[in-house]
Write a protein that binds this ligand. Structure first.
Ligand SMILES: [Zn+2]
Length: 320
């Protein structure tokens, strides 16, 4: 659907009940696709949408990948095969994980294995690989770049880290529209029926909170995120404030929890605190690794918690 003049929001579905929205900006002399979702989505959703509005994929100028995650970069190689002339780009901080699915899986999704006692089975790893077909991007960005779309229309790449270090959103100053990806993660990630299914996977808390402040200070009238409804007008800052409040709410719960425990692992914190801060089925709680670790790292930096290792060399926290 067209959410603002020449800005299209395209629904992509994956893993049965999940969806991610990708965006298409169509100018007089240039066009930009933001994200490719998973390996099957260019053919299943993106190209059919382009055809429905009379847009030829062979005329696509840019493909900008908002950040390194399977449901944003998984369709990169298929999309590039469909639109080989398009220049594919992402932020330089996310480039290693966008260029290579193996790098993304080992360094992002399996980062919890050794230090926190998790185990990614070969089958689980193969499942992750099966969602993606990646390739090296053509160029990298740092945020602040302006794209001349023709007819005096410029759009801008905005660095919005927190969910990843190199997360980018794309802003149109004419309609004041932000294609926001996962710059803000609300209090849950939603499924195709708008039900909460997963925790908000922010990772780097100070950075995430700064991004939310920056977004709140911008003039955004249409905010179109990857896994949530379009927010308009006063809804925009409500969405951003809820994202911030949830993050701080989790941090408070973790600090309270620490004062009841001699020490605890990330897994224990998820088992004990997870149910208190979730509105979804507990099968989604595994992804609390990302936000809980982020909050625990921040509490450690603030001197409120102390981090060490137990006899099994697993990271533990205790109250300072
Ligand atoms: Zn993501």
């Amino acid at each position: 659907m067209e959410i603002a003049p020449n800005i299209h929001r395209i629904e992509c579905t994956f893993q049965g009940t999940r969806m991610a929205y990708v965006h298409l900006f169509v100018g007089e002399s240039a066009s930009m696709l933001v994200d490719t979702c998973c390996v099957h989505n260019p053919e299943q959703d993106i190209v059919p949408y382009m055809e429905s509005i009379g847009f030829d994929p062979k005329s696509l100028t840019y493909i900008l990948i908002s950040h390194s995650d399977l449901d944003h970069q998984g369709g990169n190689a298929p999309m590039k095969r469909i639109a080989p002339q398009a220049i594919m780009m992402c932020h330089n901080l996310d480039q290693p994980w966008i260029d290579s699915a193996e790098e993304l899986i080992v360094n992002r999704y399996m980062q919890w294995d050794a230090p926190h006692g998790y185990e990614t089975t070969p089958e689980a790893k193969a499942d992750l690989h099966s969602t993606m077909d990646c390739l090296p991007v053509d160029m990298t960005l740092e945020g602040g770049e302006q794209f001349n779309m023709g007819g005096g229309w410029y759009i801008e790449a905005v660095h919005t880290p927190g969910h990843t270090w190199g997360h980018l959103a794309v802003y149109d100053p004419v309609s004041k529209t932000m294609a926001a990806g996962e710059a803000a993660l609300w209090n849950a990630i939603l499924d195709i029926d708008w039900n909460p299914v997963l925790p908000p996977t922010y990772c780097y808390v100070d950075t995430y909170l700064s991004t939310l402040e920056r977004l709140m200070s911008m003039d955004i009238q249409v905010y179109s995120p990857a896994h949530w409804q379009v927010q308009r007008g006063s809804q925009v800052n409500e969405f951003l404030r809820e994202s911030r409040n949830y993050c701080l709410h989790v941090e408070k719960h973790l600090l309270d929890y620490a004062s009841t425990m001699e020490s605890f692992t990330l897994k224990q914190a998820i088992d004990d605190v997870g149910p208190k801060v979730s509105t979804w089925d507990e099968s989604g709680n595994g992804l609390f690794t990302f936000p809980f670790n982020g909050n625990l790292e921040r509490l450690t930096q603030r001197g409120l918690l102390t981090q060490s290792r137990n006899d099994d060399n697993i990271i533990i926290w205790s109250k300072s």
